[in-house]
Design a protein around this ligand. Sequence first.
Ligand code: ZN
Length: 150
Amino acid sequence: MSDINDLYQELILDHNRRPRNFRRIEGAARMAVGYNPLCGDRVTVYVEVEGDVVKDVSFEGSGCAISTASASLMSESLKGKTVTQAVSLFKKFHGLLTGKAAEDDEGPALGKLKVFSGVGRFPARVKCATLVWHTFDAALRQKHEKVSTE
Ligand code: ZN
């Protein structure tokens, strides 16, 4: 019964151990810094947009397993998406964790991001998982300001 949960947990642990796109993009046109004081997660997100396409997403920082795995999986999920699709994915992900899933099925599927659905049962951890997305959103809007979940 818990096979799926084990699989999900394994994926989160793997992305925490070997985070993908964990690097700085020198001279990135867009970046933002996020901080979750409840847990101490800190993340800097770098975004390169070419035309209407998210060409590259990377991050740096230190945080708990959930926040690091979330950043890693987010970076994989967003590369190659259009800006509109990226924003749509952010809304879907947020909906998944807050139990207010968007009704419409338009836009890209959550795919691997569904591993975080169980996090929704732990409100304090939701912020760990969504911090990097809020930070990406801020970077996309080129708001050069600090994002805090509080
Ligand atoms: Zn955390």
